[in-house]
Write a protein that binds this ligand. Structure first.
Ligand SMILES: [Zn+2]
Length: 204
C-alpha cells in the first residue's frame, strides 16, 4: 500500500510538518526558483521556506517564462542571492531597504543546478547580487555541500531576512526544518550519521 503524503508539506502523513510551519510576515518579498529535479527531494527546504513566509513565492521549473513580470513587481528592488564577483554584502543592502523593500530572488538546488537556472534564465544574471556573510556554516550536513560555507536554502533565506529586517528575526522558519533533519537522522540511525557526517546535529 502506498504511503499517504501530506499535500501541503509533501511529507508522509505520520511525519507531517505543517503544525510546525509558521506564517511569518516580511517586508522583503522572497521569490524562490527551484529546479524541478529538486522538487521531489526529501529535504526540500525551499518548500518549507515558501510555506512559512506570507510574502513569498516558489516556482518550480527550468525556464521561468513570467520572470520579467515578476522581477518588475512594483515597489521592490530585486537582488539575486548567489555568489559572484561583484556581490553586495547583505548589511549594505539592508541599509537601503528603508527606501525600497527587497525582492530576494533565490535559486534553489545544487550549485550545478542553480548555475543551470542562471544560464537558462539570462535575466537572472543581470540582477545585482547579494552574498551571505563569509564563513557561515550549515548546522546540518545531510546533503553534500561542495563548497565551504554552503548552507541549505532555508538557512540562507533565514540568514538573509534576519539581516535585511533586523531586529526582526525569522528563526521560527527553521522549526519544521529542524524536525525534518532530526527525523532523517533517526531514520538512518545515529551511528551511520556520525560515520557519514561527523558531528551530530545539535552538538555545538
Ligand atoms: Zn503537512
Amino acid at each position: 500500500m502506498p504511503r499517504l503524503h501530506c499535500p501541503r508539506c509533501t511529507r508522509p502523513v505520520d511525519h507531517c510538518l505543517c503544525p510546525l510551519i509558521p506564517s511569518l510576515p516580511s517586508r522583503s518579498r522572497v521569490l524562490i526558483l527551484q529546479h524541478h529535479s529538486e522538487a521531489k527531494h526529501a529535504l526540500n527546504t525551499a518548500r518549507l521556506a515558501a510555506l512559512g513566509l506570507q510574502n513569498s513565492d516558489l516556482l518550480v521549473g527550468e525556464v521561468f517564462e513570467d520572470l520579467p513580470q515578476r522581477l518588475q513587481q512594483s515597489g521592490y528592488a530585486p537582488y539575486l542571492l548567489f555568489p559572484g564577483d561583484q556581490t553586495q554584502p547583505i548589511a549594505e543592502v539592508a541599509s537601503r531597504q528603508a527606501l525600497q523593500p527587497v525582492l530576494l530572488v533565490v535559486p534553489d538546488g545544487t550549485w550545478r543546478k542553480a548555475r543551470k537556472l542562471l544560464h537558462l534564465n539570462p535575466l537572472l544574471a543581470t540582477l545585482p547580487r547579494m552574498a551571505l556573510p563569509a564563513g557561515l556554516e550549515s548546522r546540518y550536513r545531510l546533503r553534500k555541500a561542495p563548497m565551504a560555507g554552503a548552507v541549505s536554502t532555508i538557512e540562507a533565506i533565514v540568514e538573509s531576512l534576519n539581516t535585511l529586517e533586523a531586529p526582526v528575526r525569522f528563526d521560527a522558519l527553521l522549526k519544521p526544518f529542524e524536525a525534518l533533519i532530526e527525523g532523517q537522522i533517526a531514520a538512518m540511525g545515529e551511528d551511520t550519521y556520525q560515520r557519514n557526517h561527523g558531528q551530530p546535529a545539535g552538538q555545538e
